[in-house]
Design a protein around this ligand. Structure first.
Ligand SMILES: Cc1cc2nc3c(=O)[nH]c(=O)nc-3n(C[C@H](O)[C@H](O)[C@H](O)COP(=O)(O)O)c2cc1C
Length: 402
C-alpha cells in the first residue's frame, strides 16, 4: 500500500489491471476488519453475490465496420460535463478502510472529473470536501428527523452554501441491519470497542497505522456541529444510530425537495412505482440500487430491476445504477439497459486498501479505460450510443407479477 513516488498508470496497471485484482490484494493485505467492513454484505452475502451473478449474465452484441476510433466516455449530468459515466457512491466512514479516505476519494474525483458523493456520516465535512472537489462534489443524506428535521435542513443549507452539485437522499435505510462479517470483525456494535484481533491488525498494518497517525480517527465530521463539545466517540455513535436513518416518507422527501433548489437524486429505488413517485415529486435523478447488498440479502439485483424502471420513468428523470459495478463491461451493461450513468462503492474501497491514497485515481482510470474499450468493441461511439447495443440475458421482469 502507498508508494513514495507517484507511480504511472502503466506501472500500476501491471500490478493491478482490474478492480478485482485490487480486491484480491485487499483480502490478503488489508487489516482484516477493514476488508470485512468494506466487503461484507447483509445476511449470508447472497445480495452481493446476486448483484455479480446478474451483471455477469448480461451479454452485449458487438457491431463492427462503422467505428473509426474509440469514442468518448464523456457525459452530461444536470448541465455539467463529466469525464465518464461513473460516480463514487456515498459511503459512511470509509476511513475505517483507510484513515483519510474521504479526502483521497475527493481529490481523485476532482482530478478525473467524475462525481464524488460525500456521505453525511462520512469522515470529512461538506465544507472541507467542497474546497478539495469544487467541481464534482455531491452530498448524500439519510433521513434525520430530529427536531422536525432541523439538522437535515441545516445540512442542506451548508451543502448549498458551498456549491454542492447534487443532493442524494437515501430511501433504502428504513432500519439498520446486521452485516455479520463486519460484526464478527469487531465493528457494527453500539459502542466502539476494538477487539484483540482488531488491535493486532492495526499493529501489524504499518500503512493503515501511518494513515491513522496522519489523518486521525475516522469520525462523523458533519455531525460534530450538532453534538456537545464533550461528546465521546461512543456518544456520537449512539446519536447517529438513534437519530440518523429510519424510514423516509414521501411527504418528508417532498419537504426536502421543496427546500433544496439544486438537482436532487433519490437513492435506493427498486420498484417502478417508487421510481414514478420520485419523478412525480420532482426528483432530477434516481439511483436504482440495493445498497450493494448491504441492507437485506433477499433484495433483487439492482441491474435486474433497471429495465422496468427505465420503462416506467420513460426519460423523465436521470437514471443511475449501482450495486456490483466492478468493470467497464458492467458500466456498459447498465448503459445498454437504459441507465444514464453508474455509481460504485466497494471498488473504490478496495483501491484504497491496495494502493493507499493513489488507489481511487487508479480505480477511476481503470473503469474509464475499460468503458472506452468496451464501447469501441461494441461499435458504440459515445455513452449515449450504448443504449442501442443489443443485450441478451434471462428476462427477470417483475412486471409480470403485478
Ligand atoms: C462501506 C460502505 C458504506 C456505505 N455507506 C452508505 C451510506 O452511508 N449511505 C448510502 O446511501 N449508501 C452507503 N453505502 C452504499 C453505497 O452508496 C452503494 O449503494 C453501494 O456501495 C453500491 O454497491 P457496490 O459497493 O457493489 O458498488 C455504503 C457502501 C459501503 C461499501
Amino acid at each position: 500500500m502507498g508508494t513514495a513516488k507517484t507511480a504511472s498508470y502503466d506501472e500500476l496497471r501491471m500490478r493491478f489491471p482490474t478492480v478485482d485484482t485490487m480486491r484480491d490484494y485487499a483480502r490478503t493485505h488489508a487489516p482484516h476488519f477493514a476488508f470485512e467492513y468494506a466487503d461484507g454484505g447483509a445476511g449470508c452475502d447472497a445480495g452481493t453475490t446476486r448483484n455479480r451473478t446478474a451483471l455477469d449474465a448480461i451479454e452485449l452484441l458487438p457491431r463492427y465496420g462503422a467505428l473509426a476510433e474509440a469514442g468518448s466516455t464523456e457525459i452530461s449530468l444536470f448541465d455539467q460535463r463529466y469525464a465518464a459515466p461513473i460516480a463514487i457512491s456515498p459511503m459512511g466512514t470509509p476511513g475505517i478502510v483507510l484513515p483519510g479516505a474521504d479526502r483521497f476519494l475527493a481529490q481523485a474525483a476532482q482530478a478525473a472529473r467524475v462525481p464524488y458523493t460525500l456521505g453525511m456520516i462520512g469522515g470529512a465535512t461538506v465544507e472541507e470536501m467542497a474546497a478539495l472537489a469544487p467541481d464534482v462534489l455531491w452530498f448524500q443524506m439519510l433521513r434525520c428527523s430530529l427536531s422536525d428535521h432541523k439538522i437535515a435542513f441545516d445540512l442542506m443549507r451548508r451543502a448549498d452554501a458551498c456549491g454542492v452539485r447534487a443532493l442524494v437522499l437515501t430511501m433504502d435505510v428504513p432500519v439498520y441491519t446486521t452485516r455479520p462479517r463486519a460484526t464478527l470483525a469487531g465493528l457494527g456494535g453500539s459502542r466502539f470497542s476494538p477487539n484483540a484481533r482488531m488491535m493486532w491488525d492495526i499493529a501489524t498494518s504499518p500503512a493503515w497505522f501511518a494513515a491513522l497517525l496522519a489523518n486521525g480517527i475516522p469520525r462523523f465530521a458533519n455531525l460534530k456541529k450538532y453534538m456537545p463539545p464533550s461528546a465521546s466517540i461512543n456518544d456520537v455513535i449512539a446519536f447517529t444510530q438513534r437519530e440518523i436513518g429510519g424510514a423516509f416518507s414521501w411527504e418528508e422527501v417532498a419537504r426536502y425537495r421543496d427546500f433544496w433548489k439544486r438537482p436532487l437524486v433519490i437513492k435506493g429505488i427498486l420498484h417502478p412505482q417508487d421510481a414514478e413517485k420520485a419523478v412525480a415529486l420532482g426528483a432530477d435523478g434516481i439511483i436504482v440500487s440495493n445498497h450493494g447488498g448491504r441492507q437485506v440479502d433477499a433484495l433483487p439485483a439492482s441491474i435486474d430491476c433497471l429495465p422496468d424502471i427505465v420503462k416506467a420513468v420513460a426519460g423523465r428523470t436521470t437514471v443511475f445504477l449501482d450495486s456490483g459495478i466492478r468493470s467497464g463491461s458492467d458500466i456498459v451493461r447498465a448503459l445498454a439497459l437504459g441507465a444514464n450513468a453508474t455509481f460504485a462503492g466497494k471498488a473504490f474501497l478496495w483501491s484504497l486498501s491496495a494502493l493507499g491514497a493513489e488507489g481511487p485515481a487508479h480505480a477511476i482510470r481503470i473503469l474509464q479505460e475499460e468503458t472506452r474499450a468496451t464501447l469501441a468493441q461494441l461499435g458504440a461511439t459515445s455513452v449515449a450510443d450504448a443504449q442501442h447495443v443489443m443485450t441478451r440475458h434471462i428476462p427477470r421482469s417483475w412486471a409480470a407479477l403485478r
